[in-house]
Design a protein around this ligand. Structure first.
Ligand SMILES: *Cc1c(COP(=O)(O)O)cnc(C)c1O
Length: 360
């Protein structure tokens, strides 16, 4: 038996065991080719098939049509912070941003280097502990950029804002984890390494009419049009990462799609969120309950020493990745799609037991 821990890490994060097993089985001889998918040409029919299937599975799971292009790019979600304004923020226009955490702030910083930015709502003054309401982009804004789940702060949009301008969303840490009206967005991007695959691949889902806006003056590799036209095969794509993404998307479909995944995720967040709701004097939530993320649940314990002890004891018991981001400290429980309900329940039982043994 292979030893597997319960991995609550924030990313790169746990992958479904079934996916890892298929990858292992196919690693040395991919479907009779006598080659690993790591060694195969990205122009081969085998890779083309993987790429096409990943694209159509993404569309199918999101419930969007062929008017959406699905791209698999390198550079991480962080490169999208620059590509978005390069492609969509022309001179004389304003890019509207909502500042709900570290990643939003980074997106804003990059856009400010390239054009005019207006931060239309922010929870920064309140330690990013909530998602602002009544978000409005100014008339004629080039786009409204939001971050659906704030991986570090632990907040998440429960409903998406309504807007007349193109809506652009960084979904790195909650893509395909809850039902969303994906057709509402002009651009969605996500580093794969939290919910849909390994590091090295960033999914960009982009509506057709946005491509007409991409200026020819920007570098070829940073132009969405290049990658949309070539189905992400303009140059060598992160082929192995895309292959794993394809396997994860097949797994999501096998679970029953996003709505079935959402049901499990709702239970997981109730199990861990319940610690805060029922024992809030020990497990102190760091965000407003109405904005609490399903994907990254953040809390403080009565003392930093207790936090350190919890992290160490949990690791010894087979629960890893619970340390809060170095910028905020505390405890963070990441409950991405590949974490099982069983894992969440076992962790909750462990934490309750820890509370009893280590009173404040
Ligand atoms: C992790 C994360 C990023 C950064 O992703 P990279 O792929 O490392 O660049 C950006 N946005 C959000 C919301 C994240 O969770």
């Amino acid at each position: 038996m292979v030893k597997r821990v319960f991995n609550f890490g924030p990313g790169p994060a746990a992958l479904p065991l079934e996916v890892l097993k298929v990858a292992q089985e196919e690693l040395l001889d991919y479907r009779g080719t006598g080659m690993s998918i790591l060694e195969i040409s990205h122009r081969s029919p085998e890779y083309e098939d993987i790429n096409n299937q990943a694209i159509s599975l993404m569309r199918e799971l999101m419930g969007v049509g062929e008017n959406y292009h699905v791209l698999f790019l390198g550079g991480g979600a962080s490169t999208q912070f620059s590509m978005i304004p390069m492609n969509f923020l022309p001179q004389g226009k304003v890019g509207a941003y909502v500042d709900t955490g570290t990643w939003s702030a980074k997106a804003i910083k990059e856009a400010e280097k390239l054009g005019k930015v207006e931060v239309v709502a922010s929870s920064k003054g309140d330690k990013y502990s909530y998602i602002p309401k009544d978000i409005k982009a100014p008339n004629g804004a080039a786009y409204l950029h939001i971050t659906s789940n704030n991986t570090i702060a632990g907040t998440q949009y429960q409903d998406m804002p309504d807007t007349d301008v193109p809506l652009i969303c960084d979904m790195s840490s909650d893509i395909l984890s809850r039902r969303r009206d994906f057709g509402k967005f002009s651009v969605i991007y996500a580093g794969a390494q939290k919910n849909i695959g390994p590091a090295g691949c960033t999914a960009v889902i982009i509506r057709d009419e946005m491509l007409a806006k991409c200026p020819d003056s920007i570098p070829t590799m940073l132009n969405y049009k290049t990658h949309a036209k070539e189905k992400s095969l303009y140059n060598t794509p992160p082929a192995f990462a895309v292959y794993i993404v394809k396997l994860v998307l097949e797994w999501v479909k096998k679970q029953g799609g996003v709505s079935a995944i959402e049901k499990v995720n709702a239970k997981k967040k109730d199990v861990i969120g319940g610690l805060i709701d029922q024992h809030g004097d020990y497990f102190k939530g760091t965000v407003q309950q109405a904005s609490r993320s399903w994907a990254n649940i953040t809390m403080r314990l009565p003392t930093e020493d207790l936090e350190k002890k919890l992290i160490a004891d949990a690791k010894a018991a087979g629960f890893i990745g619970l340390k809060g981001h170095r910028s905020v400290g505390g405890i963070r429980v990441s409950l991405y799609n590949a974490m099982t309900l069983e894992g969440a329940e076992k962790l909750a039982a462990f934490m309750l037991d820890f509370m009893k043994k280590n009173p404040k």
